[in-house]
Design a protein around this ligand. Structure first.
Ligand code: SF4
Length: 225
């Protein structure tokens, strides 16, 4: 098989983005938030949880807790009761309160807007930090979640499984101005068409730009049964 040049891959990525933008004109982050703190809390709650479930919990929580001080100062048992429908709610309560105490102690109660600072917050890894930078601060950033990782691999944009290495590959072929939108598009596509177990390649808008159906023809047949 002829190895695709970086230049050719970058051109293909532009076509993928253009097609997915037409397919999903409303693509955006699935979590509801109105400020960086709400996004931080939402991302902590979203670990191993569905975004819709997080949104239904945060709607009321964000009315009751508006600042890092509100979250850090809340009684732990009260938060447990408010979060009890979330999975791992005890651990998530602890993470939220620790992160908010760090915000109060080191950042004047505000969520910082640089990668290095965000990574000092307890429980905040590179994916979460990049999602906050891209969506709350409108900075170019690629947050590699499960959908971005899976669809990027199938599209042949990376062969890595480690999210940090996937991000390093993607930044070389995705135009910087599209980094955030690219993630939204792959998240939408990954939820609707390029699903983990049963990707609908025949009806996929970008199947002509994707090597996966050809390279996985046999496994695809068995998966579709
Ligand atoms: S062709 Fe199949 S594997 Fe490729 S992006 Fe579409 S659904 Fe995913």
């Amino acid at each position: 098989m002829v190895k695709e040049s970086q230049e050719a891959k970058a051109k293909r990525v532009k076509k993928i983005i253009a097609t997915l933008k037409k397919t999903y004109p409303d693509a955006k982050l699935a979590l509801n938030f109105s400020n960086p703190l709400e996004l931080l809390i939402g991302l902590i709650l979203a670990a191993q949880a569905h975004d819709d479930a997080v949104n239904s919990v945060t709607q009321e929580l964000f009315r009751r807790h508006r600042t890092a001080t509100d979250w850090a100062g809340e009684d732990e048992q009260v938060l447990h009761a408010q979060l009890r429908t979330s999975n791992f709610y005890r651990n998530k309560t602890r993470s939220i309160q620790k992160a908010c105490r760090t915000l109060m102690d080191h950042f004047g109660g505000q969520v910082p807007s640089t990668l290095d600072e965000l990574l000092t917050l307890p429980g905040v890894g590179r994916k979460t930090a990049n999602v906050i930078l891209g969506n709350a601060f409108e900075q170019p950033a690629i947050g590699v979640d499960t959908h971005v990782a899976r669809v990027s691999n199938r599209l042949g944009l990376t062969r890595q499984t480690n999210p940090d290495k996937i991000e390093a590959d993607l930044v070389t072929v995705v135009p910087r101005s599209e980094w955030v939108k690219f993630c939204h598009l792959l998240q939408f596509h990954g939820r609707r068409v390029c699903t983990a177990r049963n990707p609908d390649c025949p009806d996929c808008a970008i199947n002509k730009l994707c090597p996966w159906p050809k390279s996985n023809r046999h496994s695809q047949v068995s998966t579709d049964k």
